[in-house]
Design a binder for this molecule. Structure first.
Ligand code: ADP
Length: 356
């Protein structure tokens, strides 16, 4: 039987780290195949994928006499300087979302997800319509923090229906996979996973979409910055010098991706004991100092607080805003400063991108 275009597609589908949406164009005529694939990554990664595609097509036998493979960088990455934000605005996949804000950190364990959750809940308590996208596809903790880890994602018309909890809408990879399975994503798969969560969720109109990023400077922030027209990013940092060093790297990454840094949050800043004495455990003011040095706004400090940890584990962030302790004061203040920063950012020229 002569080879058909479908046969070629099936061959390509066997390449485990090539998602169907990475195949941009496929033409088959008279023994000649022309295919365009999208690959995030450096030259070496692109060449590896090119070779895999070639091998997969060659396996169809001698009827294939000519193979032309074009490797494109997703979403016009190649036309980098100055192009990121306008491109996203042109083809904005989330036109009903007014402000998209990423929460990032240079390293894990500094309270990035905690701040993302509380920022989202705090904005909602001020009357905003808020979505929270768990973009930490490697270690999703939002389901636990919102108490939805036992629920299954429902979909309608090929789109995920977000969960509604604590006044916000949310979606997470953690609700789509089994708890004990490792989440191993190669670059292009991470790209596909993030893209699907972000754009195939039926968010409805939102004032804010808060995105909890994975820690560090990997694939997801890159995909995000190319896919979505971001208002800006918040960086979470603990006061210690080592945490500052990593936060500076995250800051540099956002700048390189053309994402406005809305400000730095100093988490685990201090601890207030039962004796009402403030204990400076990690070096209070370190992240604030770093923010000033880097010329980015400081959004506030959040104390080390047992209620915060307990409420996060119990999936009850609303309770963080209730009570009389420093936490109940610090969280609304953070939300307030964040809002001020977003407003200040409106109308400012977007920075240009320099991805290579
Ligand atoms: P990350 O997202 O940076 O990896 P998480 O937000 O998951 O960090 O926080 C790690 C742990 O630290 C969680 O158990 C969380 O409840 C706890 N935690 C975060 N911030 C605080 C804080 N200010 N006080 C007490 N516990 C906190």
């Amino acid at each position: 039987m002569p080879i058909t275009k479908q046969d070629i597609l099936e061959q390509l589908e066997r390449i485990t780290d090539l998602e169907p949406d990475q195949i941009n164009r496929l033409a088959w005529c008279d023994g000649a195949v022309q295919v365009t694939i999208e690959v995030i990554g450096d030259n070496a990664q692109q060449q590896r994928m090119r070779q895999k595609v070639k091998t997969a097509i060659e396996a169809l036998g001698p009827e294939v006499r000519q193979i032309a493979i074009e490797v494109a960088t997703p979403h016009g990455q190649e036309s980098a300087p100055g192009s990121n934000q306008p491109k996203a605005a042109d083809g904005n996949p989330l036109p009903n979302v007014r402000q998209i804000v990423a929460v990032g950190a240079g390293k894990g364990g500094v309270g990035k997800s905690t701040i993302a959750v509380n920022l989202a809940v705090g904005l909602s308590r001020q009357g905003a319509t808020v979505g929270l996208l768990d973009g930490d596809i490697y270690g999703p903790s939002i389901p636990t923090m919102l108490g939805i880890n036992h629920l299954e994602v429902q979909s309608r018309d090929d789109r995920f229906l977000p969960f509604e909890a604590h006044g916000i809408k949310t979606i997470s990879m953690g609700c789509l996979v089994e708890d004990d399975k490792p989440l191993i994503w190669r670059g292009p798969m991470a790209h596909g996973a993030f893209r699907q969560l972000a754009t195939q969720t039926n968010w409805g109109p939102l004032d804010f979409l808060v995105i909890d990023l994975p820690p560090g400077t990997g694939d997801v922030p890159l995909t995000m910055s190319q896919l979505l027209p971001l208002t800006g990013a918040v960086i979470v940092c603990t006061p210690q010098k080592v945490a500052q060093d990593d936060a500076i790297r995250a800051l540099a990454m956002f700048r390189q991706l053309g994402v406005q840094v809305l400000g730095v949050v100093e988490n685990m800043s201090y601890f207030v004991g039962n004796d009402l004495v403030e204990y400076d455990i990690f070096g209070r003011g370190g992240a604030q100092f770093m923010a000033e040095k880097q010329s980015v706004p400081f959004l506030g400090d959040i104390p080390i607080n047992m209620r915060l940890r307990q409420n996060c584990d119990a999936g009850n962030p609303t309770a963080n805003f209730e009570g009389q302790d420093p936490l109940a004061t610090a969280l609304p203040a953070l939300v307030e400063h964040f809002q001020t920063q977003v407003q200040a950012n409106q109308g400012q020229a977007k920075p240009t991108i320099s991805v290579h």
